[in-house]
Design a protein around this ligand. Structure first.
Ligand code: NAP
Length: 471
């Protein structure tokens, strides 16, 4: 199929790619401002303005490329019958937010397909967007922080960057992004020979901060290698805003989430259903949304931890002997829970802050015995599994100070830290003959259950995806 997208918008081109639709992008070079102004002077309805602009773009490119299928798109923001454009100045942005704050506006997305210089198909979608009321201070902060981005977007916001500004959304993610990919795929399947496209599924990782997250790279790779119609994005959600924002994103058709710090406890609390392992750990890292909008919260960290060890240390048996776990933070709870589930007969837990370890042990299992941080080396000769779940040893952090000279050489030693790939702790354990396993495999394996639930395929953890996340 020879498809041209009559637009230079990288977002629209990316949406087509998500659906695995290959298109050439050509700029239509039309005078959008002039056309909009004259349509407004004629009191045209906002949806007619969007449709006319989409048509102009498709037509102009089709005239030069009559044999191609040409897709033109446009989006306008309609509030009470008035079209809101891109803010030209910071004052414009301020006024726009004052008007939209606490109100519902509509995003109208128009799509027109041309072939042989004739319109073949048109589709208009409408998304209903309700903004939270914003105080004067919130508006000022937003204008100051977001102006470089805001000036390129109708109404002055990018929904994918600031979904927490909204209290309710009724629409579709891709319509809101500017292209109605579901109906486009359906049209192509029916009218263009050889087309078999699916509307993409959307999933996201939510956290604060989120820019460092490896998840988009990992899931993006799996989408690509499995040729799946889908998109996985990272969204920064400020603390305390998870509950409302997840509802808003579900309203926009997002079907799954990974959740990271500081939202893991909130993610468990907001769900309609909790898996037993998420409940036991007291936090969730994976949310699956069903077709009715119900949310199931899971915690796959323990699964990732155990699978990493099974894959990379084939003669390790958790049942073979006691374990020593260092650290009692969030990740430790998942490790402890999964070790108990895997059959570890006893676990010694040591943490700098003793009370934190006591609380965790009390909550999780009587098989956990809390020991003093200073005593941790005394147990090394008797255990067959040793786990570092503290952040010590991570690049930029102090090393984990521990003398492993008394360690049982048959013990398997693992570290959750994966930068560096082999921490000084693991280097020392290796020097005493222990088998060692780094933490990157846990990161990769914890991602597979979510991917399978959202996109329908269990992805493969291999050296290619490992190299990508370590880049
Ligand atoms: P967390 O909840 O903040 O817990 C941090 C742990 O490290 C606590 O036990 C803390 O002890 C201990 N700690 C920090 N500084 C210490 C010091 N100077 N001396 C002694 N103990 C110290 O963090 P988390 O979420 O559990 O994560 C812990 C580590 O695991 C991080 O490096 C994280 O990147 C890694 N992780 C890896 C994976 C993976 O997939 N490989 C998954 C999750 C986490 P106190 O209680 O005394 O503060």
């Amino acid at each position: 199929m020879d498809l041209i997208l009559a637009s230079q918008s990288s977002t629209r081109w990316r949406i087509l790619s998500c659906a695995r639709i290959i298109a050439k992008a050509v700029s239509p070079q039309i005078d959008e401002e002039n056309i909009t102004r004259s349509l407004m002077a004629e009191k045209a309805m906002p949806r007619d303005i969007a449709d006319t602009l989409a048509e102009h773009k498709a037509k102009k490119v089709s005239i030069k490329n009559p044999l191609s299928w040409v897709l033109g798109c446009d989006q306008v923001l309609d509030f009470e019958g008035k079209v809101f454009g891109k803010p030209k100045t910071q004052e414009d942005l301020r006024q726009s937010l004052i008007r939209l704050s606490g109100e519902t506006h509509r995003l109208i997305t128009a799509n027109v397909m041309y072939h042989n210089t004739k319109p073949m198909w048109r589709h208009i979608s409408v998304s209903h967007m309700t903004m939270h009321p914003m105080t004067v201070t919130e508006i000022e902060t937003y204008v100051e922080k977001s102006w470089p981005d805001a000036q390129h977007s109708a109404g002055g916001y990018y929904f994918e960057k600031t979904p927490h500004l909204f209290s309710e959304v009724r629409g579709n993610w891709f319509d809101i992004m500017g292209l109605s990919i579901g109906p486009i795929a359906e049209y192509l399947n029916q009218h263009v020979n050889g087309s078999v496209f699916n509307a993409p599924t959307v999933a996201a990782v939510l956290g604060h901060p989120i820019a460092h997250s490896k998840s988009p790279c990992m899931h993006g790779h799996w989408l690509e290698t499995n040729k799946i119609s889908g998109s996985y994005i990272a969204i920064d959600i400020p603390p305390g805003k998870l509950f409302q924002t997840v509802k808003v994103l579900i309203g926009a058709g997002v079907m799954g989430f990974n959740v990271t710090l500081p939202h893991k406890e909130d993610a468990l609390a907001l769900a309609d259903y909790q898996t037993p392992r998420a409940k036991a750990i007291g936090a969730a890292n994976t949310l699956v949304v069903d077709l009715k909008g119900s949310i199931t919260a899971d915690n796959t960290d323990g699964y990732g931890f155990i699978t990493n060890l099974k894959v990379n240390s084939s003669d390790w048996f958790p049942q073979a002997g006691s374990a020593l776990v260092l650290g009692a933070g969030g990740a430790s709870r998942a490790v402890l829970s999964s070790l108990i589930e895997a059959g570890a007969p006893k676990i010694y837990l040591s943490n700098r802050t003793l009370q934190r370890a006591k609380d965790v042990a009390l909550q999780l299992s009587p098989l956990i015995e809390v020991i003093d941080w200073e005593d941790k080396e005394r147990y090394l000769s008797t255990v067959t599994t040793v786990v570092n779940t503290t952040s010590l040893g991570m690049t930029g952090k102090p090393p984990l100070e521990i003398d492993l000279s008394s360690i049982n050489p048959k013990a398997m030693v693992t570290d959750l830290v994966y930068t560096p790939l082999e921490t000084p702790f693991l280097v020392q354990a290796r020097s005493f003959g222990c088998s060692v396993v780094g933490g990157v495999g846990m990161l990769l394996h914890q991602g597979t259950p979510g991917f399978e639930a959202w996109f329908g395929t269990c992805p493969i953890v291999d050296s290619e995806v490992e190299a990508l996340v370590l880049k």
